[in-house]
Write a protein that binds this ligand. Structure first.
Ligand code: NAD
Ligand code: G3P
Length: 336
């Protein structure tokens, strides 16, 4: 198959490497000329230290060349730039495979942005615990591909899977997208706990209650299946993002809790921390849908209102006592 990939950052490049290793033809779009030159001439990327890229992998900075190359477009740019980049592509592709995780300022996930710009394009999303550097090192990884069109999802599952990358199928596009967006915000909270002192009990509780927030929001937003949140895109990605040293979202939380200015942390990071951009739109949607997201609210306060992180944890601890189960379908009668 032929794949046109938008975004030569860490994940776009690692995914391009995997596709070439699986025998596909791949063209990668980089925003900066130097990034494209390094891929084409040196077979290296500044985003994937120590990784040798396949010589067959080619990069371009020309979006028209990318459009002409394949009618299957892979999205791997930060979500806040997706709309702007897609509008520069012509003609509309036949199929999109999205790798990006977040909600943009128009309060849409990537499937909703694609539906708005290219209503006739078939959409699939790939998500799960998949740090780019580990995939580039061919370390075992399992993810999920979701599409409303299961035949398309099956074709992609076959094309992308290999001995170190195992792909599961799902029909729940919004469930998978919400999982990827919310886990980035919860990972910032997990980083805050790391920054405050590496409190293990607190972190496990935040991850678990974060999963509840993710599921509650996701079901209100239109996810099909509560079990999606118990799968690779949900709890699987929460576990890796909240705990791994590679996570940019976890790192932002840790640095801010240690007293760094958010703007300085972001300036020094080469790569995107999607949770920072998702938390505002996510909370606006949650308010519209009347869904409580206390952890995400505290993340917003810490990042954008300079709230003391220790006070945030205290406030979460002092919330009214309640039943543990929050998913409507499993709630006990209110009399209990
Ligand atoms: N890195 C990972 O391990 C990983 C894994 C799974 C999913 N993701 C998701 O994939 C998406 C991309 O992440 P990444 O890690 O590759 O990001 P990155 O920061 O490494 O690279 C982002 C890419 O987008 C480009 N870009 C930045 N600003 C742009 C703009 N204004 N217009 C167009 N392009 C722009 C950059 O030049 C770069 O090529 C994110 O949504 C992320 O959450 C990342
Ligand atoms: O480094 P992060 O926090 O953007 O996370 C990357 C991936 O989403 C992990 O699956």
């Amino acid at each position: 198959m032929k794949f046109s990939i938008l975004g030569a950052g860490s994940w776009g490049t690692a995914f391009a490497k995997l596709l070439v290793e699986n025998g596909h033809d791949v063209l990668l779009w980089a925003r900066r000329k130097e990034v494209a030159r390094k891929i084409n001439d040196d077979h290296k990327s500044e985003y994937l230290e120590g990784i040798e890229l396949p010589v067959e992998l080619r990069a371009t900075t020309d979006l028209q060349e990318l459009s002409r190359f394949s009618d299957l477009v892979v999205i791997a740019v930060p979500v806040k730039h997706v709309r702007k980049v897609l509008k520069r592509l012509w003609p509309a592709p036949r199929m999109v495979l999205n790798l990006s995780k977040g909600i943009d300022e128009s309060l849409k996930t990537v499937s909703q942005i694609v539906q708005e710009i290219w209503p006739d394009t078939t959409y699939a999303v790939l998500s799960g615990p998949c740090h780019a550097i580990e995939v580039a090192r061919k370390l075992p990884t399992a993810v999920v591909v979701a599409s409303r069109n299961l035949e398309v999802a099956k074709t992609l599952q076959k094309a992308v899977s290999n001995s170190y990358f195992r792909v599961y199928l799902s029909h729940d596009v919004l469930g998978v997208e919400v999982s990827g967006a919310v886990k980035n915000v919860i990972a910032i909270a997990a980083g805050v706990v790391d920054g405050l002192g590496g409190w293990h009990n607190a972190k496990a509780s935040l991850i678990t209650r974060g999963l509840h927030e993710m599921a509650r929001f996701g079901l209100a937003f239109g996810a099909e299946n509560p079990l999606t949140f118990m799968g690779l895109a949900g709890v699987g990605d929460l576990i890796v993002t909240c705990n791994s040293p590679y996570s940019r979202n976890r790192y932002v939380g840790e640095m801010v809790a240690k007293g760094a200015e958010l703007s300085q942390v972001l300036e020094h990071m080469k790569m995107v921390a999607e949770g920072v951009h998702t938390v505002g739109p996510l909370l606006r949607l949650a308010r519209d849908l009347d869904v409580e997201m206390p952890i995400c609210e505290q993340v917003y306060e810490i990042l954008f209102k300079k709230k003391n992180p220790a006070s945030s944890i205290k406030e979460l601890m002092e919330r009214p006592l309640k039943l543990e189960s929050c998913l409507t379908a499993f709630d006990l009668p209110s009399s209990l």
